[in-house]
Design a protein around this ligand. Structure first.
Ligand code: F6R
Length: 606
């Protein structure tokens, strides 16, 4: 999705803005642009394509002490250079980069056109630039306030006024914007990873907040122009987290980060003495936890599938009715919010618009909502009533891996704690604590099998369509496996509960349609085996993801063997080989693993 960067300081802004833009590439985009401000005026360059295409198109000696940059993911208007940001006012004085969507852009555009303003793009962002340029105001800040008073919708905007090249004016409403405080220089970005290389001292603007940033100072204020006097906080985001190291792709690195990531999400949260989890961040007392009669989990895409796994864990360990729903659907169906339901939202980025809207819908109706979020200080993390950080570290590849694993582990912690204030015995609690503690090493064992999994993946890559099947807790595992496969290999992959095959999809089975089957060594093994045998009997190739010592019952079927955990935790481990299958299928097909077509890392629009 769109990314914003900015710089004001004593250095040349151009290389800093370009480098920061490159750090946002992982979010997904289709065009990029830069505006460079100096006493000589503002110069703007835009390109459809990658940041390196933009860089190659710039004049050799381009320089200025102020700069703004943008990576665009088209919403208003097609992917053409004229629609890329920065957008400018007709007189060229005002340059704007913008994330979000202006709801009343069409009406404002019509009004401005009727007043004789000529538009050069189809974007809602240009409307903002034109409004600022026409504002009757003494300062750039007043002009921005004046323009934004007319606008409804979501935005993070950064404005460069050619008459005031010493400063940038920022405004946030529903889309993140961060100021990075340096030594006689200031950085601006929509995402921490763009500035973490330069400074760890940051101010995250709140919704409704604006700021003026110069080389030596920043001032934050409300729409009513009263100062909000924010002090910078120190963020702990290691630069190595966003460097590729020896890995060919970020997805590869992030899969291999998982043993350490799981250790981080568990750190300080396991309580051996009482066989439970300590999750103070939820802000819920034991009494409150006991009083909930239902749990409702909301997330989007893969986060929703992990939510389904989480709901199963909560039902198993705490015996509280729990279910998961796509947050993108939730707000549109006028949901019934109940006071005795615990709502849990789950998000890697903490910026997914659909999930954020679900939070607001729950809160508007008086519900209690906690969040399992990876990005500290993100919009969702700040809006929920409490929660757990996932501590997976920065995730750059569009296809999520380590954050999802940490979500599943976080759900196990929540389920354990909910269970222990109810009927889960000390012995069972202790068993889960020990199981959780063993996960990092077991994930390491699965990753060590990568070569063998890659061979299986190379065969699967040849198929144009695949099934993923699993039963009960194996079903969300299958859904996530299919999701990962389709998003990076562009192969049609569909998940079914193993029990549903005979009710329809079995008709599709033939030698050209392989099935990846989740076959844990549990009480349902016989039934699962029967389901895959039905597939094999119809000539369908089967790949079994299973446990040591399991006889899959199909001669010659390739198997991927996963170490055994506690039955409740087995599904967490079973998702890991499915990531590797998807990754190696995409590598076999020569695809852009980290930036799959049409997708963005953080989906900040509806
Ligand atoms: C799949 C994937 C997406 C995200 C979804 C939610 O690999 O990454 O399906 O899970 O867009 O994103 P977050 O977790 O940031 O809310």
């Amino acid at each position: 999705m769109c990314g914003i960067v900015g710089y004001v300081g004593r250095q040349n802004a151009v290389p800093i803005v370009l480098e920061s833009l490159a750090r946002l590439e992982y979010r997904g985009y289709d065009s990029a642009g830069i505006a460079v401000g100096s006493e000589r005026g503002t110069r703007i360059f835009r390109r459809v394509g990658r940041v390196r295409d933009l860089e190659a198109s710039l004049p050799k000696r381009l320089s200025g002490r102020t700069g703004i940059g943008h990576t665009r993911w088209a919403t208003h208007g097609s992917v053409i250079e004229a629609n890329a940001h920065p957008q400018t006012s007709a007189d060229g004085r005002i340059s704007v980069v913008h994330n979000g969507m202006i709801d009343n852009a069409a009406a404002l555009r019509a009004e401005l056109e009727a007043a004789g303003v000529a538009f050069a793009s189809e974007t809602d962002t240009e409307v903002i630039a034109q409004l600022i340029a026409r504002a009757r105001a003494d300062t750039p800040e007043a002009a921005v306030l004046d323009a934004l008073a007319r606008v409804t919708g979501t935005y993070a905007v950064v404005v460069l006024d050619a008459q005031h090249p010493d400063r940038l004016v920022l405004a946030r409403n529903g889309s993140p914007l961060i100021i990075g405080v340096g030594d006689h220089e200031m950085f601006v970005a929509s995402d921490l990873s763009a500035i973490v290389r330069h400074t760890s001292s940051v101010v995250m603007l709140d919704d409704g907040e604006l700021a003026t940033v110069t080389a030596d100072s920043f001032r934050t204020f409300t729409r009513e122009e009263s100062d909000t006097a924010r002090t910078p906080t120190d963020v702990d985001l290691a630069v190595e987290g966003i460097e590729l190291g020896d890995h060919a792709h970020f997805m590869h690195k992030e899969m291999h980060d998982q043993p350490a990531a799981v250790e981080s999400v568990l750190r300080g949260r396991l309580d051996d003495r009482f066989g439970t989890a300590r999750l103070d961040g939820l802000n819920l007392s034991a009494r409150e936890l006991r009083e909930f009669r239902r749990v409702k989990i909301l997330g989007c895409g893969s986060a929703y599938y992990v939510g389904q796994l989480g709901a199963g864990l909560i039902e198993e360990l705490a015996r509280v009715p729990a279910d998961a729903e796509a947050a993108s659907e939730f707000r549109y169906r006028n949901p019934i919010i109940e006071p005795d339901t615990l709502y849990i939202v789950v998000s890697q980025s903490g910026e997914t618009a659909d999930t954020a809207f679900a939070v607001r819908e729950i809160k508007r109706k008086g519900g209690r909502v906690v969040g399992l979020v990876n990005v500290a200080g993100s919009s969702i993390a700040r809006e929920v009533d409490g929660g757990l950080y996932l501590h997976a570290g920065p995730e750059v590849a569009v296809a999520s891996t380590k954050a999802l694993t940490n979500m599943a582990v976080a759900f196990a912690l929540v389920a354990l704690m909910l269970g222990r204030v109810r009927d889960l015995s000390f012995a069972d609690g202790g068993r889960i604590v020990a199981g959780l503690r063993a996960l990092p090493e077991q994930i390491g064992q699965i990753l060590a099998e990568e070569q063998r999994i890659a061979e299986v993946a190379a065969d699967l890559a040849a198929a144009s369509s695949l099934f993923f099947v699993g039963r009960v807790q194996g079903y969300p595992v299958a859904r996530e496996g299919a999701q990962k496969f389709k998003e990076i290999s562009y192969r049609h992959a569909e998940a079914y509960p193993a029990s549903e095959l005979k009710h329809g999809p079995l008709a599709l089975i033939d030698a050209s349609l392989p099935t990846v089957a989740i076959l844990p060594d549990d009480a349902l093994l016989d039934r699962n085996r029967a389901a895959v045998q039905q597939i094999a009997a119809r000539g369908g190739p089967v790949v079994a993801v299973t446990h040591p010592g399991v006889d899959v019952g199909i001669e010659g079927a390739p198997t991927v063997v996963v170490p055994k955990s506690e039955p409740e935790l087995d599904p967490i481990l079973m998702t890991i080989p499915l990531q590797l299958l998807a990754y190696h299928a995409a590598v076999t097909l020569g695809l852009d693993v980290d930036k799959p077509r049409n997708l963005a890392k953080s989906v900040t629009v509806e």
